[in-house]
Design a protein around this ligand. Structure first.
Ligand code: CMP
Ligand code: MG
Length: 415
């Protein structure tokens, strides 16, 4: 709906205290007076001028107008409809909604109470009754607080652990590396799926801590296994591809963390792949570029995750130092029965190769999926066909077995 405008003359009333309201107003020109009647006296609460908003409270809490608004100087008002505001309020974070409602309730009751106190000895009566039926939205917000707290505790107790999903070199069929994924090993609920906590950890920001501790633990574990099986620690050694949330792209802390990890563990930086999503590049393009370039200076590789599902605006791709494109699983999954998906996969592949990026096909579940990717010259594949996310013991076993077959193949040649 296009915002309507109203022009009102001095003395005209916009609305009266106690009415129900279905719109708010932004003052473009002129001045209005906000007043309330208490014990028969008019009390002027405020005078508002250009750029200020009024009438928003009734829209937010769906209660009556808290005050009367009259025009002082010819006022040009932009009318904001309930729907315009509603959409934004409904899409806001539930905690923000809770805080907003709490603030308005407090404001209404203190306004009613304090002003009444001037002339009315029975003021306490004016304070609203306690709302004993919080809405479903509010209950959810309280639950979110509780779960956020549990996540923080789990971080402290070390309950977030890495699992390792194989990424296979499609040329040789061998495991080239692993994507590190997070699992919550909950003391009573068992393994909690990331679907149940990542969104909340994103909203509260604790995803930063989770990303980093999974990254550190994964490298520590892989390096033990790698050394035990005598695998290369040079750039051809097994890599780890780790998800880095957009939260890390608001400052350069992540650069410091990665540098420390590389130095401390003596990891060849090429073996460290950091997965980001397109949203990181869209949100604050300049900041993202700055941080990615600092990471590249450390020598690590950058992978663009879930490619094809986000904005996929090709115009930005060449601006960023991206080494690997991960084609989203949905395209790979449909490539065997939808010509369109097949062509999307082909197009992404040739685009990536033109830009000298490697491609990882995600969601490879059948040999047909694999064959399609191989026929297009795709470098890497990932998915249940090659292996589920593995706990560290199974990851170690997989590398051990492959090292064994590898040794068997190359030893005669050496001997
Ligand atoms: P609403 O309750 O919808 O209608 C009256 C409006 O007056 C209210 O929203 C606020 O926008 C505004 N209002 C109420 N009290 C004050 C105050 N103390 N100062 C400034 N504006 C107020
Ligand atoms: Mg990923």
């Amino acid at each position: 709906m296009v915002a309507a405008r109203e022009i009102l003359l001095p003395g005209q009333m916009v609305f009266q205290e106690g009415e129900m309201g279905d719109c708010a107003y932004v003052i473009e020109r002129g001045q209005v007076e906000i007043s309330a009647l208490r014990a028969g006296h008019k009390i002027v609460l405020a005078r508002l001028g250009p750029g200020q908003i009024f009438g928003e409270m009734a829209l937010i809490d769906q209660e009556m107008r808290s005050a009367t608004v009259t025009v002082l100087n010819e006022a040009h008002l932009i009318v904001v409809s309930r729907e315009q505001l509603r959409k934004r309020i409904d899409s806001a974070d539930t905690v923000v909604q809770l805080l907003m409602k709490t603030l308005i309730t407090r404001f209404r009751s203190s306004q009613a109470g304090l002003i009444g106190a001037l002339d009315d000895p029975d003021v306490t009566e004016l304070a609203g009754e306690e709302d004993t039926h919080p809405s479903e939205g509010l209950n959810r917000a309280f639950l979110d607080f509780k779960h956020e707290h549990e996540i923080e505790e789990a971080i402290d107790k070390g309950e977030f652990i890495p699992v390792f999903q194989p990424i296979v070199d499609l040329g040789t069929g061998r495991t080239a590396g692993f994507e590190t994924l997070v699992r919550w090993r909950h003391p009573t609920r068992g393994y909690v799926s990331p679907m149940e906590f990542v969104e909340l950890a994103e909203a509260s920001g604790s995803i930063r801590a989770i990303d980093l501790l999974v990254l550190r633990a994964a490298w520590e574990q892989l390096e033990k296994v790698r050394a035990a099986h005598g695998l290369s620690d040079g750039e051809d050694g097994p890599f780890l591809s780790s998800n880095i949330s957009g939260h890390h792209f608001s400052d350069t802390e992540i650069v410091r963390e990665i540098r420390e990890l590389l130095d401390g563990a003596g990891i060849h930086p090429k073996r460290m792949h950091l997965e980001i999503t397109e949203s990181v590049l869209i949100h604050d393009p300049e900041m993202a570029l700055d941080i990615l370039e600092q990471l590249k200076d450390l020598g690590v590789s950058i992978a663009l995750d879930d490619f094809g599902t986000g904005y996929s605006s090709l115009s930005y791709l060449h601006r960023y130092p991206i080494d690997h494109l991960k084609i989203d699983r949905s395209f790979v999954a449909r490539s065997t029965d939808s010509l369109r998906s097949l062509e999307i996969v082909r197009t992404i592949m040739s685009l990536a190769h033109t830009m000298r990026m490697n491609v990882v096909g995600e969601g490879v579940e059948t040999d047909a999926h694999r064959d399609i990717l191989v026929s297009m010259g795709c470098e890497y594949g990932q998915g249940y066909f090659f292996g589920k996310p593995l706990p560290v013991e199974d990851m170690a076993e997989r590398l051990r077995q492959e090292a064994g077959t590898h040794a068997a193949v190359i030893q005669p040649a050496l001997g």
